[in-house]
Design a protein around this ligand. Sequence first.
Ligand code: ZN
Ligand code: ZN
Length: 337
Amino acid sequence: MKAALIEKPYDFKVLDKDIPSIKSNEVLVKVHVCGVCGTDIHIYEGVMPWAKLPLIPGHEFSGIVADVGKNVSDVSVGDAVAVDPNITCGLCRYCRSARRNLCPRVESIGVTRDGGFAEYVVAPESQLYMVPKGLSLDEAAFTEPVACCLHGITRLSIRPGEDVLIVGAGPIGLIHLQLVRRAGAGRVIVVEVNDRRLKLAEKLGADLTVNPSRDDVVKAVNSFLRGKGVEAAIDAAGGSNPLTLALNCLEPGGRLLVFGVASESDVWSIKPYDIYKRELTIIGSFINPYEMDGALNLLASGALDVKPLISHVIKLEDLEKALKREIPNTIKVLVKP
Ligand SMILES: [Zn+2]
Ligand SMILES: [Zn+2]
């Protein structure tokens, strides 16, 4: 089979490999598409300490079951599936208290074991979710990122009528935008440096879009909301600058969701007095414990539309261009191996 391998940072090749063998509890999935995520770029650049190289990356994929191990009971050859890439132990205190995303033994398909940028990928049966009828496999490849966003929104617990700021209008920001709309947000403001992405944010329901390379974000937010800030903000960009921007737009008592993936060495400087005096809450969100079904429901019902987010469908051979950020005007790039 054809597979994309990252041997070490910045060392990428497409090669021919044997189709991997499966254990008794595992399933062989023929990959339909696999989405390129910021995490894949971080792995390529060597700034994702969690990754185990050499590695076939890719954790946002859908496909068709091609073979099943002898103890697999609920999945059959030919089934259309989405895959939760995060395999947890089921034994630790986090797994046993409904917080399995915090499992210290988590293994992730496409991060710590071979992933979906290949013609075939292996996954334990426990990680598979049936794609509902009517949902395309291209859309089903968004199940994992949507599930992670759902977890974030749940952590942020938006109450109907609250004003929300989202920093970053890449795929994650645009998914969050639709989810906070569904959650009953009052006015939604999206901040992004790329005008093309801002246009799409407007189409998908943003009430105000601000480009921080042109406008003062805090001023724009305060004037749009007539002197107030937002009750909740989501960093969907990653790093200290977007976090500071989001924090500065919060109302007293406001909540900030740290969702975007910062590089591991990034350091954020904040004023403790500001957190204290304005009673701000900073909330983290990491992968997703149990949101895959909910994500598939939202996608299948049309409550969440990811089709406008697909900007490119490329071949495996062109993946390195995407990892090098050389493809212009991307939103979500899907790879068809
Ligand atoms: Zn991802
Ligand atoms: Zn565990």
